[in-house]
Design a protein around this ligand. Structure first.
Ligand SMILES: NC(=O)c1ccc[n+]([C@@H]2O[C@H](COP(=O)([O-])OP(=O)(O)OC[C@H]3O[C@@H](n4cnc5c(N)ncnc54)[C@H](O)[C@@H]3O)[C@@H](O)[C@H]2O)c1
Ligand SMILES: [Zn+2]
Length: 336
């Protein structure tokens, strides 16, 4: 239960079940060209808007395009906008549904592992402005989230890794048991074992939604979800690498910072690196430190000359530490 409304989760469901949740004639589906081309049968007979896939689409121009299509389709305040796609689609759907006619109904059907465990959960939606990621947005809970794991069969390998980057993040900040379990499993194991995948997704949705529900407006614990992102986002933007890869590098930097600031045992950083590598994620990258630092200064967690940085005290124990920007620059120069 969030402040404004209840979110219903349909785990282990199928996209066709939507027709049991809402009246079909009131629904407009929003998806991207990859999802549409990989699963054309899903959209047969559905009123669908297809936009171009990719992070570069998550800009105001696309919002205007989608809104124009909604007007052409005569969408009213009764209309449901249903996002079927990865985090780019669920963010755009949430954002448009939050502003079109001052808010219409929305539901998400996440089709990437990352969107299933993270982007679609929690009710935050944002878009980028030029280089600045997620800098404008709003908080609006979808009415429902529907999980159809069969959609993941077409997901490219690197997108599985991107999803595991957020899952490993959750384990690092909140769940040591899940961290240990991941050390004994692999991407292939979850691809072949539907029950294990369903259980992993469920665990991560519960973990994120519990944090988000408790702190809908990001005043406290929710900031922990930014572990690896303060450095990861600027790397993603300046070097055009995927979100999961960028936050993987960001998490390794944050682990090194933790070891310096609170004497985190060295072997814990090595365990984090080993786990990320097991899930085909990078643990080091030669990035432009000055450019990345320039973007860190624009981070939403900055307060004056300081920034709220997410560190870990142990596996499963994230905490917020206010660091000065000068200190962050020194740490980056030394450890990243
Ligand atoms: N709102 C939030 O709380 C939140 C949290 C985390 C991330 N995000 C946002 O989510 C985005 C990243 O999400 P993402 O990794 O899902 O990106 P994405 O939506 O770009 O999807 C990744 C790629 O996979 C393709 N794809 C999606 N589903 C597929 C399927 N079933 N089969 C084949 N291909 C498929 C997409 O077309 C795209 O090319 C970023 O913009 C990030 O800022 C938001
Ligand atoms: Zn992320």
């Amino acid at each position: 239960m969030f402040s404004d409304k209840k979110v219903t989760y349909y785990f282990d469901s199928a996209l066709s079940y939507v027709e049991k949740i809402i009246e079909k004639h009131k629904a407009i589906f929003l998806t991207d060209n990859n999802v549409y081309n990989k699963h054309p049968h899903l959209f047969e007979g559905l009123n669908t808007i297809v936009i171009h896939a990719g992070e570069n689409t998550k800009q105001q121009k696309t919002i205007d395009e989608v809104i124009n299509q909604l007007i052409q389709k005569e969408a009213t305040r009764d209309t449901w906008l249903i996002g079927v796609g990865g985090g780019v689609i669920t963010d755009i759907t949430g954002f448009v549904a939050g502003i079109y006619m001052r808010g219409i109904n929305t539901g998400f059907i996440p089709t990437t592992l990352l969107a299933m465990v993270d982007a679609a959960v929690g009710g935050k939606s944002a878009i980028d402005v030029g280089m600045y990621k997620n800098i404008i947005g709003l908080t609006k809970q979808p009415s429902f989230l529907l999980y159809d794991y069969s959609l993941l069969q077409t997901l490219p390998n690197e997108e599985w890794s991107n999803g595991f980057a957020e899952i490993i993040k959750h384990a690092c900040i909140k769940d040591a048991t899940m961290f240990e379990m991941l050390e004994t499993t692999s991407i292939d194991y979850f691809k072949l074992n539907n029950e294990a995948l369903a259980s992993l997704v469920y665990k991560n949705v519960m973990l994120k939604s519990a944090i988000a529900q408790h702190d809908e407006l990001e005043k406290g614990d929710r900031k922990l979800l930014n572990f690896g992102h303060t450095i990861g986002h600027p790397i993603e933007t300046t070097h055009q690498i995927s979100h999961g890869n960028a936050i993987s590098i960001g998490m390794v930097c944050a682990a090194f910072f933790s070891s310096e600031i609170i004497n985190l045992q060295q072997n814990l950083t090595q365990r984090i690196i080993a786990l990320l590598e097991k899930y085909n994620l990078p643990s080091a990258y030669c990035f432009n430190k000055d450019k990345v630092f320039e973007l860190i200064k624009m981070d939403k967690k900055r307060t004056g000359t300081n920034i709220n940085f997410i560190l870990i005290a142990a596996i499963g124990e994230g905490f917020i530490k206010e660091l000065s920007l000068v200190q962050v620059k020194q740490l980056i120069d030394k450890h990243c």
